[in-house]
Each structure stands twice: as C-alpha cells, then as structure tokens.
Design a binder for this molecule. Structure first.
Ligand code: SF4
Length: 371
C-alpha cells in the first residue's frame, strides 16, 4: 500500500531558520486551501497525468507542514473524512498530524483523536526555553509537557518529538537537559536534526551575529544524543530518527524504502509509477487548480541503495535482488570496501550498512558511493 502526504502550508509565524514552504495563517486562505484539497481528493484532477490506473490504497496518512495544527482539528478531520470516503485506508493505518505545541490544547486532541488520528509529531526542538525561543518557538518546556499529557489523555500515545542540534548557544550540558526531558516524557519516537543555515532565512541574514557551536561540537552532540537514547532502549533506525520497538515512523519508512506515496497540496512531492512529481510552492496556485509537475524518474538502483543506506538495517543483496533481479552493482561493493576498512560501514552476511561513525558523514559516503 502507498503512503498519503497532505501538506498544510500555514504557520503562526515564520521561524528564523525555516526554509520549508509556509505562509502566515489566514482564515480566508485556509478555507479555500482546504476546499482545494477536498476537491483534489474527490476528483484527482491535479494529479491525473501521474496517477491513472494507480491503486489509491493507503496504510499511512501524514499531515505535514507548515503547521497542520494551526488550521484546527475540525478542518483536519474534514479532510481525513474526505480521504476515507474517496480512497481505501487500511484499518490499521498510521495517521499522523504535525503539531506546534503553542497551537494546541486538550480540546484539540480530543477532537483529533475522535477523527481517527493516532500519531502526532511535535516540533519541540529543545527543552531549554532560551534555545527554543531563539528558534522562534513560543511555548515553554512546561507547555510542551502539558501538550504531551493532553495527547495521551485523548488516547494518542504514539508521539514523536523533534529536537535540533547545533542551535545558537547550545552546549553539551544544555543538550543533556534536553535529553533528560525527552527521556522523562517517555515518548516512543524522537527525530534529531542538525541546524543548517539556509539562504533566504532570517538566520542566514544575521549569521555573523549567531553564536553557533562548531561542526566538531555538533558531531559530538549527535554521537552523545545517539548514545544516550540507545542506552535507554531506543533504536537508531535511521540517520536522524530513533524509536522504541514498533514505533518507527511507518510513513517515513516508505520514503527510505523507495515505496510509492502520493503528496497533495502546495510543495507536496509524490512518487508513483516510477515517476517523481510535485506541486509548486504556492498555495494560491494549488487553490486555482494548477496541476502537478514532473520532476524525474525515480526508484532506480542507485536511488534504492542510497536511500536504504540511511537506515540502520542497510541494504541486503537479497532485497536488492528481489527488486532488480540481479546482484548489487560491482561499482558499489568495490567502493564500499574502503568505508568498511575505515569503520564507516559494515558488511554483515549480505547486508551493507553505515556504522554510527558513518552516519555522521553519511552525505559524504553516499555521494562517494554514487560517483
Ligand atoms: S513551524 Fe515549522 S514550517 Fe512553520 S515556520 Fe516554523 S519551522 Fe517552518
């Protein structure tokens, strides 16, 4: 079955590091945008060039953004209800909404849960309030905690927290404060991303005035975080993701395992029938009915290997054979030898994977193996 992604591009305000597609919350625009999503789910007219004869059965639904929670639980519920009416959604589907802790309360979660959402991803970033505030996040640590409790009271226990490494003024001690908080909350999934200063963001404009930990310090933080989480029973199942057993993000696994997914909404990307396609980063254009645009052919051998290497389980010769009917390319196995010798990769039976040390420089290794 495929994964379904719905992009909600609205945010309360723009975080200074963010280069995702998002626009300020505006009720009139939100209404039109939700109507356009519903129109697309009912008619498929914006994606028909790519989805013809494709089975619209999904076992994951993911509302990402932007900040889906800013449009309110009722609108999210209305879109999900339309999805259920028009597509086949498996009974055990993982249904996730990304939420900003400062935009939700008890009532929000009671409603969200009643519509069938069973997983949330909370953008916490840091448990140190000064760090959170420097990232433009308004809620304090206690609010994050009360939001987690509200979600649990509503029956949503599959909770993921996002944390960020390399944020202004962060130190190993302050990271430990964040990790202590993460472990105290007992959530089953954590995503950890390194701050990257992207052109066009507020941080980029004032990067000379930011006090950022240097690259070595951020690498040490990543290793330290991974060590503390794995000691407490989390599996480091993907370069940036940690989960207790059975709580891996089923939706995101589809991206790394090169499975098919349909993305609806401005800036959403899809992969169906071997083609990658996307919608422009423009909510008004999506509302007006602009169709999805071809990006590239996808799912070839190189892409399959490179995405699999993001996962702890890596790439096995057997899985590769099942998909492509041949052995792993010699160019890959030969180049991998040097990384195995240097301790950045392992070969266990017929499976190649990155070690913890390799995950730290995954971009370098993966681009080297691609050449
Ligand atoms: S809430 Fe997320 S999507 Fe919105 S501005 Fe902040 S980082 Fe970007």
């Amino acid at each position: 079955m495929k994964g379904l992604y719905i992009h909600i591009p609205f945010c309360r305000s723009k975080c200074p590091y963010c280069d995702f597609y998002s626009v300020p919350r505006n009720d009139a625009l939100i209404e039109k945008y939700c109507d356009a999503l519903i129109d697309e789910i009912e008619t498929g007219r914006r994606t028909k060039d790519f989805t013809e004869n494709s089975d619209m059965s999904f076992d994951t639904v993911y509302f990402g953004g932007g900040t889906p929670s800013v449009i309110g639980a009722e609108r999210l519920g209305r879109i999900l209800e339309c999805i259920r009416k028009n597509y086949t959604i498996s009974a055990d589907a993982e249904i996730t909404a990304e939420c900003n802790p400062s935009t939700v309360d008890d009532e929000f979660f009671i409603n969200l849960s009643s519509y069938g959402f069973n997983r949330i991803s909370l953008g916490m970033q840091s448990a140190v309030d000064s760090e959170r505030h420097s990232l433009g996040r308004l809620a304090d640590k206690n609010k994050v905690l009360s939001v987690i409790n509200s979600a649990r009271k509503s029956g949503i226990t599959n909770i993921s927290l996002d944390v960020m490494l390399g944020v202004p003024s962060q130190t190993m001690e302050s990271l430990d404060e964040t990790v202590d908080f993460l472990l105290d909350t007992d959530v089953p999934h954590i995503s950890a991303y390194m701050l990257s200063i992207e052109e066009g963001t507020n941080f980029h404009k004032r990067q000379d005035s930011l006090v950022l930990p240097d690259e070595d310090a951020v690498c040490d933080m990543y290793s330290h975080l991974a060590q503390r989480l794995t000691q407490q029973g989390f599996e480091h199942y993907e370069i940036s993701n940690f989960a207790k057993s059975g709580f891996e993000s089923r939706h995101n696994l589809k991206y790394w395992e090169c499975e098919e997914y349909l993305g609806l909404g401005a800036a959403a990307h899809s992969f169906i029938n071997g083609k990658r396609f996307f919608f422009e980063r423009n909510a008004e254009a999506f509302i007006s009915g602009d169709t999805a645009v071809f990006d590239s052919y996808g799912g070839d051998s190189e892409e399959f290997i490179m995405l699999a290497l993001r996962l702890k389980k890596g790439i096995s010769a057997q899985d590769y054979y099942k998909r492509f009917g041949c052995s792993l390319p010699l160019s890959f196995t030969e180049k991998a030898k040097a990384f195995i010798t240097s301790g950045h990769m392992t070969l266990d039976g017929d499976t190649y994977s990155l070690t913890q040390k390799g995950m730290l420089i995954s971009n370098y290794i993966i681009s080297n193996l691609e050449d």
